[in-house]
Design a protein around this ligand. Structure first.
Ligand SMILES: *Cc1c(COP(=O)(O)O)cnc(C)c1O
Length: 332
């Protein structure tokens, strides 16, 4: 059993699932021992960032059954990312079979819930051609790694400090692509926010449009209502976001998805809650929002009751303590 106290994403299972796209077709996929990749230094990905990824969870339910959460949604998003970055699109059944085979092979590594085996598929352009700056890579390598991870909030949930920035996280047409390049694009702003304001995250709000943070979607809550940005091309459409909105609807809450201005958001947090959603943390409460050097406390600087309740409900569905009424869970 791999240890799960290490920082998220630093411990890997001993196997990967991999396939290559060569001469216009996928090679038969295999599960093989984890090993460094062999890449020519002129590979497309190393120069022109033809790299996309996914992240989702395999975990053990309370009764010991191994399952995966919303695998179809993650596969569909990976296929979309591949298309939008002009990489070969892996077939859905291949991605699914590779994931299942890898999860079975790494079964011993799956910790108790809320720990999980975090599945990280990665697709990169492998053409050896430094002249291909304005061309896609026709060849590609797909590797799925698995990381046993513990409870994301093992030290307890700490309310986050978020800095409002008017810059863009990434180019608008790459907003929905889970591409490594988007993280590179946001890094300067995120590091500056840490350095100058001690912020945990940046909330990107270009053109007075509250979008998302560097790696998580943003939501506002009140007793009976959820407000979040409507799906457009500018931000990553989180599977956790979608799941939480569905659960909120099931609870009879009013779910509104539309454009939110910074002033409306600041107004909302005078009485409401704010939180960040994503696979790793599920839902993380925001305690402070910094706007133009002014600190605004959210819900008295504490994680609010709606944030806790929605987070708990989603985790209970995952763990099998609440029924899976939306077909989100697939047995391995
Ligand atoms: C992965 C990601 C999210 C969260 O997506 P989930 O499917 O909920 O894990 C949100 N924003 C960005 C930029 C992401 O890369």
């Amino acid at each position: 059993m791999a240890q799960t106290t290490a920082r998220f994403g630093t411990v890997f299972s001993e196997y990967t699932a991999n396939a290559r796209f060569e001469d216009g077709q996928w090679t038969p996929w295999e599960v093989t021992p984890l090993a460094p990749l062999q890449l020519h230094p002129g590979s497309h990905v190393l120069h022109y960032s033809s790299a996309i990824f996914e992240g989702f969870k395999v975990y053990k339910q309370n009764d010991g059954n191994l399952c995966v959460f919303r695998i179809d949604a993650h596969i569909a998003r990976m296929q979309q990312s591949a298309r939008l970055l002009f990489l070969p699109e892996p077939p859905a059944d291949m991605l699914r079979d590779m994931t299942m085979a890898l999860a079975r092979k790494c079964e011993q590594d799956v910790p108790e819930y809320p720990g999980s085996l975090y599945i990280r598929p990665n697709l990169i352009g492998t053409d050896v051609d430094v002249g291909a700056a304005a061309l896609p890579s026709s060849g590609a390598q797909l590797v799925i790694t698995a990381c046993p991870v513990g409870d994301y909030f093992s030290g307890g949930m700490r309310p986050l400090k978020v800095l409002i920035e008017e810059t863009m996280r990434t180019a608008a047409h790459l907003g929905v692509v889970k591409a490594g390049a988007n993280y590179a694009s946001g890094l300067y702003t995120v590091l500056q926010a840490k350095k100058t304001h001690g912020a945990d995250q940046v909330l990107f709000c270009p053109d007075d449009d509250v979008q998302e943070t560097g790696a998580a979607n943003f939501m506002l809550f009140r007793d009976d209502a959820v407000l979040t940005k409507n799906l457009d091309e500018t931000f990553l459409h989180g599977v956790t976001r979608d799941s939480l909105l569905q659960l909120a609807t099931d609870k009879g809450m009013r779910v509104e998805q539309r454009k939110i201005s910074v002033s409306e958001m600041l107004d909302w947090i005078k009485t409401g809650e704010a939180a960040l959603s994503g696979t790793a943390a599920v839902l993380a409460g925001v305690g402070t929002i910094i706007h133009q050097d002014q600190e605004h406390t959210v819900n008295g600087g504490e994680i609010g009751p709606v944030t806790r309740d929605l987070r708990e409900s989603l985790m209970q569905v995952q763990a099998g303590a609440l029924p899976d009424t939306h077909g989100w869970i697939t047995a391995i």
